[in-house]
Design a protein around this ligand. Structure first.
Ligand code: COA
Length: 144
């Protein structure tokens, strides 16, 4: 564990994080190379979340996740852990807290888009791949 941050002071908070810190955490994923969002557009969307969870190590934002819902169906979005804090249980704690919040609100189903390679992570948390005869689908505008 040499060089890895000590996680004894890890804290979770349901308040929205500082916009700049959250934006910087989002940029660590590389997703914005495709999304091409501005910080304002990103943070405005985050503010519309039903619930958020942030992980802090001594006031440093090291993880984040959020849920949007209509009270019946819920989607988990933007589960992100700072790369140097990954593989140490932070992501599991974030998603567990989001699931707990949904279950307390008696939300019927919780869905998410699984990033490449993250299926085992979500499977350990109780998520299952949608059946092959009922897959998730994306609308893609036909520009041709
Ligand atoms: C996906 C993501 C949120 C997971 O966060 P994380 O903090 O690394 O998650 P955890 O540490 O709880 O679990 C990750 C793995 O580390 C393992 N792990 C957990 N604690 C560990 C520890 N103390 N020592 C060694 N391994 C550990 C877990 O078993 C898990 O293994 P798995 O990937 O085979 O399931 C993180 O990789 C991330 O932010 N990635 C970039 C953004 C992204 O892809 N988000 C998901 C969008 S769908």
């Amino acid at each position: 564990m040499c060089g890895m941050p000590d996680l004894t002071s890890l804290e979770f908070c349901s308040e929205l994080p500082d916009s700049k810190c959250l934006w910087n955490l989002f940029l660590t994923t590389g997703w914005n190379e495709e999304y091409q969002l501005t910080q304002t557009v990103f943070c405005t969307a985050i503010e519309k979340s039903w619930c958020t969870i942030a992980a802090y190590d001594d006031k440093r934002l090291v993880g984040f996740g959020r849920v949007v819902t209509d009270g019946l169906h819920a989607m988990i979005y933007e589960v992100i852990v700072d790369p140097i804090y990954q593989k140490r249980g932070v992501g599991t704690q974030l998603v567990t807290r989001l699931i707990d919040r949904c279950q307390m609100a008696q939300i019927r189903d919780i869905q998410l888009f699984c990033a490449p390679g993250k299926e085992p992570f979500y499977q350990k948390l109780g998520f299952v791949r949608r059946p092959q005869d009922a897959p998730g689908m994306d609308y893609r505008r036909n520009n041709g």
